[in-house]
Every structure is written in structure tokens, then in C-alpha cells.
Write a protein that binds this ligand. Sequence first.
Ligand SMILES: Nc1nc2c(ncn2[C@@H]2O[C@H](COP(=O)(O)OP(=O)(O)OP(=O)(O)O)[C@@H](O)[C@H]2O)c(=O)[nH]1
Length: 323
Amino acid sequence: MPNAPDSDIYRTLLESTRAIPWTIDWASKTFTYIGPQIEPLLGWTPESWATVNDWVERMHPDDRQRVVDFCVSQSLAGVDHEADYRAMTRDGRYVWIRDVVHVVRDAQGEVTQLIGFMFDITERKRSEEQLAELQKTLEELSYQDGLTGVANRRMFDVVIDREWLAACRDRQPLSLVVIDIDWFKQYNDHHGHLKGDECLRRVARLLQSVARRPRDFVGRFGGEEFVLVLPATDRDTAAAIAEHCRQQVLDACIDHPQSGTGDCLTVSAGVGTTVPEPGADPVEFIESVDRRLYQAKLGGRNRVVGEPAVAGDVADRAAELAH
Ligand SMILES: Nc1nc2c(ncn2[C@@H]2O[C@H](COP(=O)(O)OP(=O)(O)OP(=O)(O)O)[C@@H](O)[C@H]2O)c(=O)[nH]1
């Protein structure tokens, strides 16, 4: 074993680690040491780290307050701690640092110095951010219908429960429209499944263009069935929106020679509106709207069935909405 003095051994060890060692004198708030590894990482020479102000000023402005407050309070309390923040490089980029700090106290318990190591955690942060991004995308995808891009059934379940509670609390009407494409089996049989898929996408876009208010919800219920949830929407307006959807699809004149209703694709819809009572069950409401859709089918398709009282005004309100 070479006969080197202890301090040389320690210095060599300290300065050959990837972590960057440093010490601060607490009374003067000055750096008494910082490892030379700081320069290749951040571009600032060790000599340029004079006081804690240099450390503070080279921190990302969004991290500064949080990190400084935390480190000062922990140091004053004499508690070892660690903090993550972005340190600015000499050429203006940012590097994620984890600072691990040991608080040294004298026999009276007074803080005398801080000893720490800075770790470059940029790669780890990048992976964490990528993972968070991926999780967000996955979450969005799990609530999105893969074919049409509108919300899926799972999302509908979440939204209807949320809006049901809100409508009940605010004593506001909540409306629901269930829309089903007519003769879609024949469409697929005639045009093929790929064209059928494209048709579903087109209908989804048309419905989205009608239900435009921020809280309006358009989802694919499954197969060739769609659903609109319309919060704070009274029954005349809901019936008019459903009628507008029917008209939009008809006006798009999507070629359907095998339709039993005409030459273009049509849809049928059921509509319902309720001000939910506390304890009432949304399932019953959904079923009642579904029954109206069934009536629309039985009644000849290409029609909207809502509550009887609204039938008269529907066409006028739909015309208003179209403008
Ligand atoms: N292309 C395509 N077709 C689908 C999809 N999901 C369901 N379908 C088809 O939609 C058709 C629905 O058929 P039916 O339930 O008999 O309804 P319909 O032919 O529209 O008849 P009515 O609703 O009574 O007017 C079936 O042929 C399904 O295969 C899909 O994702 N893509």
C-alpha cells in the first residue's frame, strides 16, 4: 500500500467520485470547498462558488424559493436533508441535481458547517418525466375509443356519475341522448368493414360538431351506438340537439344504398332529461333513454324520440341550433 498522507487519500477519493463534494461554513455562508468535478458538469469553476448566493443564483427560478426555504429551515433545525433542483450551467442549460446535505453541529448544538454531495440526476429525472408522460397517455387512451377518438364507455361511466351528482346538487337538468346508426349491418355488408370503421369516425366527428359546449360529452357506447351527456341542458334544448345530430348525419349524405330508410346513412336517437333526486339511480334514467331509442327504431328509424311534450318545438329549436 503506498504511503500517502490521509488527506491526499481522501482528496483523491472525493475528487474521483461522480458525486460532487462541497462544504459550507455556516456562520459566513461561504463555500470552503467544492470538488473540481463541478466544472465538467456545470461549466462553473470551483473558484466561482464563493458564497451560498452563487448556489442560489445558479438555481432554476421555479425551484429557488422552495429549495432555499427547505434547506435553510432544515439546516437551522440541524436536520440532514436532501433536495432536488435544476442547476444552471454556465452556458444557460439546466441540469437536475440532488443535493444530499449533512448538518454539522458543535458540542453546544450550534450549526457550524454543512457538508454535502451533489448528484447529477438529469437522466433519472428524464426517465421519470417520460414515465409520467407515458402514464398520462395510457390513462387518456384507456378512456378513449381507439377507433373514433371520442370517449369510450368507461369514460361515460365516470362522466355520468360525476354529472349526475352535480345536477342533483345544483338542481340543474341533466340530459342524455343515445344515438344509434340505422342499418349499419347492411352498411358493413355493402361497403366492407373498413369503410364501416371510417363511417363510425365520420359520425363521431359530426356529433362532436353539434355538442360543443365545454361540459358536453360525446362518447361511443359500443358498436354503432353513441351517447351525449348534456349537463345543465333542459329537455327542449336536448331534444333540439338530438334532432340537430340526426339532421347533420342526414345532410352529410353518407352513401348507403342498402339502407331501409333512403340512400343516405341515418341515425335514430332517444332523448331524456331529468333533475336527479338525491339517492336516485342513473341506471334507470339511462335505461329510459335507451327505451326511447328502441321506440325510434320501431317507429321507422331516422327519428328522435323524446318526452312527448317537446315534440312540437323540436324542429324549430334544431333549426336555431344549426345557425
Ligand atoms: N365497421 C364496424 N362495424 C361495427 C363496429 N362495431 C359494430 N359494428 C357493426 O355494427 C352492426 C350493428 O348491427 P345491428 O345491431 O344489427 O344494427 P343495425 O344493422 O344498425 O340495425 P338497426 O340498429 O336496427 O338499424 C353489426 O354488423 C356490427 O358488426 C365497428 O367497430 N366497426
